[in-house]
Design a protein around this ligand. Sequence first.
Ligand code: ADP
Ligand code: MG
Length: 236
Amino acid sequence: MGELVDLSSIRKLITYPYYVEDISDFRIKKLRSLGIRGVYNYGSVVVNGFKVLGKGHASIVLLVSHELLGDVVVKVRRLDSKRSSLTNEGYIMSLVKYDVVPKVYYYDDDFIIMEYLDGILLSNYVKLCSDEELIKVFIKVFEAAYKLDLSLIDHLELSRPYKHVMILRDGNVKFLDFESARSSKTPCNLCRVFSSFVSMFKLKEVSHIRTLLKTYKSGKKELFKDIIDSILLSIK
Ligand SMILES: Nc1ncnc2c1ncn2[C@@H]1O[C@H](COP(=O)(O)OP(=O)(O)O)[C@@H](O)[C@H]1O
Ligand SMILES: [Mg+2]
C-alpha cells in the first residue's frame, strides 16, 4: 500500500496545481476533522514527487486511511478545475441503486470520500487481454450500464469508456468519474457502451440492435436480455 504519511506531507499537493497557503490549511484541517488520519504515498501517477491513484483534469485522487472506514479514496478538486464544486458528482453517485459505482461516504465542494477500487482501468486492460477476454469484460460493462440505466443516471461519457470503467480483481466492473453525469428519465448508458463496442470490434450490420436500443431507451428496459442476445449473435 505504500507508506502512510501525515497529511502535512501533501500540503502543497492538496491545492494542485499551485500552492495557496490558506486554502491548503483549510483543506487539511477539513480532512482531519472528517477522520482522515494519513495519506498513502501510493499509486501509478507521480505528482510533485508524490504517488497518487490518479490525476484528472478536475482532480487529484489519493488513497488515504480513515479512522473508521479504513483505506478509502479522496478525490480532491483541483484549484484550476472548471467546476466550482464536486457536490453534484458526489450526489449523483450516491443516487445509484446498484453496486456499479464506488460507495460514496462524504462529499462537498472540494472532496469526495469514496470506496477504494482495487483494479485496472479498461484502458490498460485492453492492452493486456485477448479479444475473447475483452468481449467477456464488455458483457460485464453492458450489465453495469443497464444497472446505471435502471438507477436513472446518465453518465454521458461512456462512448469513451476506457478511462471510466474499472475492472476489479473479482471480475466485476464499476464506473468512475461522474463529473458530467446527470439524472435522466431516459438514460442510455447501454447505448453509449454499445457504440464503443461496435467501433472496437468494427461490427457491421447492427441496425437491428440500434432499433432495439431506441425502444430500450424510451422506457422498455426489459429488452436488455434480448439486446445482449443480439449483441452476442452479431459477434459470432
Ligand atoms: N474510487 C477509486 N478507486 C481507485 N482509483 C480511483 C478511484 N477514483 C478515481 N480513481 C483513479 O483516479 C483517476 C482520475 O479520477 P477521475 O474521477 O477520472 O478524475 P477527474 O474527474 O479529475 O477526471 C481515475 O482514472 C482512476 O485511475
Ligand atoms: Mg476523468
